[in-house]
Design a protein around this ligand. Structure first.
Ligand SMILES: NC(=O)c1ccc[n+]([C@@H]2O[C@H](COP(=O)([O-])OP(=O)(O)OC[C@H]3O[C@@H](n4cnc5c(N)ncnc54)[C@H](O)[C@@H]3O)[C@@H](O)[C@H]2O)c1
Ligand SMILES: [Fe+2]
Length: 398
């Protein structure tokens, strides 16, 4: 019965998607292009900006350099730099207070997915000051003009610089959930690979695997993609196949960094319409409950989920193998080799094989939250019910 409901829901979504107006932000790309940020803000009449970033970027001096460039260009700004990884509703509320108290008109997000998502949350709050983050989470709940958002990603992973999504953890319940709204697609993205050279190897690996996960989940999902999203997903996978290991081994390899920056951007656009799947649905709950870094959860879960889908995912995985030049006798063989590539890469980059943080008493909560996020919205190749989730999670825990 639920399957029928899901099919009807997804059929409706597929039609609705044609009227959604998905688009990419305007963007600039290239080594050192963050130096053009002040000019971008002037061209866009951004007015006074709130810069949203985190402690790590302040410590590295990256935030300081960007703020200096704004000051030198005579651009007024306020700063909110307390975003934590897996940002919380408290981060959004605190950032929004800084935005309002300083009379800001626009927001610049500098950092990985956490500052970018917090900035999106602040924009959503600016449109609905009296609503809580929880009330804004879900599909198309903002639906109102928001302040201009300019994103400057410093990881190559989330693609938040181009997506409709802001993933925020409720500070009280630890439920990590998503605000999904077209108005949250940033106006502009500054894709400067030089900003990512300071990423240590472990973060390079896991954030890169997050981008891979976006592309693979979007590509193996059914229903919502058009040819355009498919092409972007395939390109992202190919770029990651060719460059992630190199960026991990030599963080200063700017060609690899450039290509990873593009891969994350393409993958973000692909899943904005194609959606993610059960890797994300489970991974988000682990981020909210235990603070597991998002990319790490993705990297652990991705091959396990794809293998658990069995035959249903194999034809699409085989196409991704073809795109990477991974040979095989049949679709099943190619899919297997593609997943083996991911598993080997995980081992080489020291990503753990299994989940070691799950407490038995949380299992029920994890499964309900994952199901709430994924069903009926995500058009995964196989539909999982409670028992399927339980069996799967049991099979990947230590
Ligand atoms: N909105 C979306 O579409 C979307 C998609 C996927 C994930 N996400 C969310 O994004 C968040 C994860 O973002 P993330 O993986 O980019 O990590 P992050 O933003 O949480 O950053 C992780 C750490 O990396 C540090 N860091 C960032 N850039 C650095 C650099 N250049 N050099 C050195 N250190 C640097 C940060 O200071 C931080 O300590 C999660 O909350 C996840 O749910 C959002
Ligand atoms: Fe992700």
């Amino acid at each position: 019965m639920y399957r029928v409901y899901r099919d009807v829901f997804q059929g409706g979504m597929k039609v609705a998607n044609y009227f959604m107006g998905y688009h990419m932000p305007e963007y600039i790309f290239g080594r050192g292009c963050v130096r053009d940020l002040p000019q971008v803000l002037k061209d866009k009449d951004a007015g006074k900006v709130l810069v949203v970033t985190d402690e790590g970027l302040v410590r590295l001096g990256i935030a300081g350099r960007v703020l200096d460039s704004l000051r030198d260009a005579g651009i007024e700004y306020a700063l909110y730099s307390d975003v934590i990884p897996n940002p919380t509703s408290e981060n959004v509320e605190a950032g929004f207070r800084v935005f309002r108290e300083n009379g800001c008109q626009s927001v610049v997000a500098l950092g990985g997915g956490s500052p970018m998502d917090c900035a999106k949350g602040i924009c959503a709050k600016a449109a609905h000051p009296r609503k809580t983050v929880r009330q804004l989470q879900g599909l198309l709940r903002v639906h109102k003009r928001v302040p201009m958002l300019i994103t400057v990603p410093t990881t190559s992973g989330t693609g938040s610089e181009t997506t409709v999504a802001a993933v925020i953890t409720d500070a009280a319940t630890h439920h990590k959930a998503t605000i999904l709204d077209l108005v949250l697609i940033p106006t502009f993205a500054v894709l400067d690979p030089e900003l990512t050279v300071t990423l240590p190897p472990d973060l390079t690996a896991t954030t890169g695997m997050d981008a891979l996960c976006h592309a693979v989940e979007a590509y193996t999902n059914r229903r919502y993609n058009t040819k355009y999203e498919d092409i972007l997903a395939v390109r992202a996978v190919r770029l990651i196949y060719d460059n992630l290991q190199a960026a991990y081994e030599d963080g200063s390899d700017l060609v690899a960094r450039e290509n990873m920056q593009l891969a994350a951007f393409y993958a973000g656009r692909a899943f904005t319409r194609g959606c993610v799947g059960y890797v994300h649905a489970i991974g988000h709950t682990l981020g909210g409950l235990y603070g597991v870094p998002h990319g790490k959860a993705m990297a652990i879960l991705l091959p396990h989920v794809m293998r658990a889908f069995g035959e249903a995912a194999q034809p699409r995985l085989a196409e991704l193998a073809d795109a990477c030049g991974i040979p095989g006798e049949s679709a099943a063989d190619k899919a297997d080799r593609f997943l083996s590539w991911i598993e080997e890469m995980k081992r080489r980059m020291n990503v753990p094989e299994r989940l070691n943080m799950i407490r038995e008493e949380d299992m029920d909560q994890i499964i309900w939250w994952a199901m709430k996020e994924a069903n009926p919205l995500y058009p995964t190749p196989v539909l999982w019910n409670y028992d399927d989730f339980k069996a799967f999670i049991d099979s990947v825990r230590e």
